[in-house]
Design a protein around this ligand. Structure first.
Ligand SMILES: Nc1ncnc2c1ncn2[C@@H]1O[C@H](COP(=O)(O)OP(=O)(O)OP(=O)(O)O)[C@@H](O)[C@H]1O
Length: 575
């Protein structure tokens, strides 16, 4: 059973929801908010309260560091073009249905595929299972989401609930070497070009040294040998340099090969300086390496997937739990300093309630209907468990804000949440109405609309709370007393709870002996004649209006005839 709310009460609910939503860091966590729509079922409220009481203490502030790092891990479905699956004629259809790669019953079709898998012994042996045919589709998304897994591990540690993410991480750790090679392969051209530059620099240094050593004594013996036609010695001289260069090239190739895990000749030997790596050789190398890596990645993934597959359901649960923790953390932050209301019957009451959108508000205590024993608030002895309350008082005294606060506390209670008050006792209700003052609309239209919704609120039975902000603002005071008076009698007969803001407190009180009139009063005026307001209504006492306070202040300040006149005006107020 949902708590029924009129549009303005709903708006209060929505703004509370938004406040919590704003604090969520992961989008899917918002789904949890939907489970906390205001309910009129007392049992459900109690269940939610218990859930929050049990779980809110578990969310620690440190979680905020890890929750944002969690992402949903989606295992992809993909068609892999690098492999072919050779199966028996009878299995072709079933294998094709998997939609993972090319399927054939003819081994000759395997030509040109780096990966040949087979259920009938023509390649790497596999069963007709996605985890064997395309294990990379499981492993790569996990590899790409290592950060999520690390975060899950931390979260499991912080909550004490543990995590299987560590096991997954160590299983996918086996593909690290392959993935590193893949990265290297992406930068293969640059890698080779750099080696080429280094190599040519070394060779040119060597050649310079050679030309230097040639000048001097070497040059003389060189010329001698030339004169004697001793060409062999000359070639030996050059040959030494040539084989040195050859050694340098091989060394560079070895270094490259070590990085890439293969041995190959990539620099041309035809022309020794400058040394070059022909693009077609780089291309061949790339293709070879790619194919090797594909096989290696496949084999490693296949090993890892065996260990990981049984852990996947738990992984999903863990991620869902993080959304829940995100939700709980947001609720905890929003309800910092709040307390759980007690389920009550016969009324609503709270001690030191704090309006959630006023900055550093003055706490206000209030009661409508039956007063709990523990409600020991100053002036509470004037309360006689009235269900109908007329709230009066100074302009800008905080009357509207109090109606909002009541709505906030009531809505939060029905959501199962803690409320912004030190203590609260709330009867689970079926319906909440909040009628705001319509400031700028005048005329019969507005009056008719307001009257109609007021009467609609009174229709039917059930546990209802009706909050009305200054109904008389849209009609004449005389008529307002009659209308409001009669409608409040109806509300009283039906045992509804009503708080109505009105400046007609005195007249209404005469009409409605069962109602209580509370007043928000100014404590005085500050140096600028601004009111210093005590936001806490005085129970059972009409609130003085602002003009009266100003007259009083002037009467006290002035002297002589002026003062006499002010005092006379003031007396008129008091009669
Ligand atoms: N408990 C409170 N603590 C601090 N400031 C408050 C509190 N309640 C209300 N205020 C502030 O006082 C101002 C007037 O409040 P509000 O509009 O509720 O008064 P009002 O009595 O309904 O005024 P009006 O007579 O004009 O309708 C607002 O700026 C509001 O933020």
């Amino acid at each position: 059973m949902k708590l029924r709310m009129n549009p303005e009460a709903k708006a209060v609910y929505r703004s509370i929801r938004d406040e919590i939503k704003r604090r969520l860091v992961l989008e899917p966590s918002a789904a949890f908010l939907d489970r906390f729509e205001p309910t009129s079922d007392p049992g459900e409220i109690t269940r939610r309260q218990k859930y929050l009481r049990d779980n809110l203490p578990k969310v620690r502030r440190e979680l905020l560091e890890y929750i944002p790092r969690v992402r949903a891990i989606k295992l992809r479905r993909d068609y892999l073009h690098d492999r072919i699956l050779i199966v028996d004629e009878s299995e072709v259809e079933k294998a094709e249905k998997l939609g993972l790669c090319e399927v054939s019953s003819d081994p000759r079709d395997a030509e040109g595929y780096p990966l040949v898998l087979s259920t009938v012994g023509y390649g790497i042996d596999v069963d007709l299972a996605p985890s064997q045919i395309a294990p990379e589709l499981y492993i790569l998304p996990l590899w790409e989401n290592r950060e999520t897994l690390t975060a899950l591990e931390e979260i499991g540690r912080l909550t004490g609930e543990g995590s299987i993410a560590g096991q997954i991480l160590s299983a996918i750790g086996d593909i690290e070497a392959v993935m590193e090679k893949r990265t290297l392969l992406d930068g293969l051209e640059e890698l080779v070009a750099q080696k080429e530059r280094e190599l040519n620099e070394r060779i040119s240094e060597r050649l310079e040294k050679f030309s230097l050593t040639l000048s001097g004594r070497d040059l003389l013996s060189f010329l001698n040998e030339l004169k004697e036609g001793n060409y062999e010695a000359i070639f030996r001289h050059f040959g030494d340099v040539e084989s040195e260069i050859m050694a340098m090239i091989s060394e560079a190739e070895m270094e490259l090969g070590e990085k890439l895990g293969v041995s190959f000749e990539i620099f041309s030997r035809e022309e020794l300086y400058p040394v070059r790596a022909p693009p077609e050789r780089i291309e061949i190398l790339r293709e070879e390496l790619e194919n090797e890596l594909k096989v290696e990645l496949y084999l490693k993934s296949r090993e890892a997937v065996e260990k990981i597959r049984p852990l996947l359901p738990a992984l999903k649960e863990e991620i869902d739990r993080v959304y829940e923790l995100d939700f709980l953390r947001a609720v905890k932050e929003f309800t910092e300093g709040f307390s759980f209301p007690e389920m009550w019957s016969g009324g609503l009451a709270f001690v030191r309630g704090r309006h959630i959108s006023i900055n550093d508000p003055q706490p206000v205590s209030y009661v409508v209907g039956k007063t709990p024993h523990e409600f020991d608030v100053r002036g509470a002895n004037a309360i006689e468990d009235e269900r109908i309350v007329i709230l009066t008082g100074a302009n800008s005294g905080g009357k509207t804000s109090l109606l909002e606060l009541i709505t906030q506390i009531v809505v939060l209670t029905h959501m199962g949440f803690p409320v912004p008050a030190e203590r609260a006792w709330i009867e689970p209700l079926e319906e909440v109405f909040f009628f705001r003052r319509k400031r700028s609309v005048y005329g019969a239209g507005a009056f008719e609309t307001a009257l109609r919704s007021f009467v609609r609120a009174l229709k039917g039975d059930g546990r209802k709370l009706i909050l009305i902000d200054e109904f008389e603002a849209i009609t004449e005071p005389g008529a307002a007393v009659k209308i409001i008076g009669e409608l409040l009698k109806v509300a009283n007969e039906k045992d509804f709870y009503v708080v109505i803001v009105s400046h007609l407190g005195e007249d209404l009180k005469k009409e409605l002996p069962f109602a209580r009139v509370d007043g928000i009063e100014a404590k005085g005026l500050d140096e600028n004649l601004n009111l210093i307001v005590d936001r806490q209504p005085v129970f059972g006492k009409l609130g003085r209006s602002t003009p009266e306070l100003i007259v009083e202040r002037l009467a006290r300040k002035k002297r002589g005839t002026e003062r006499e006149i002010f005092e006379r005006v003031l007396r008129a107020f008091r009669e």
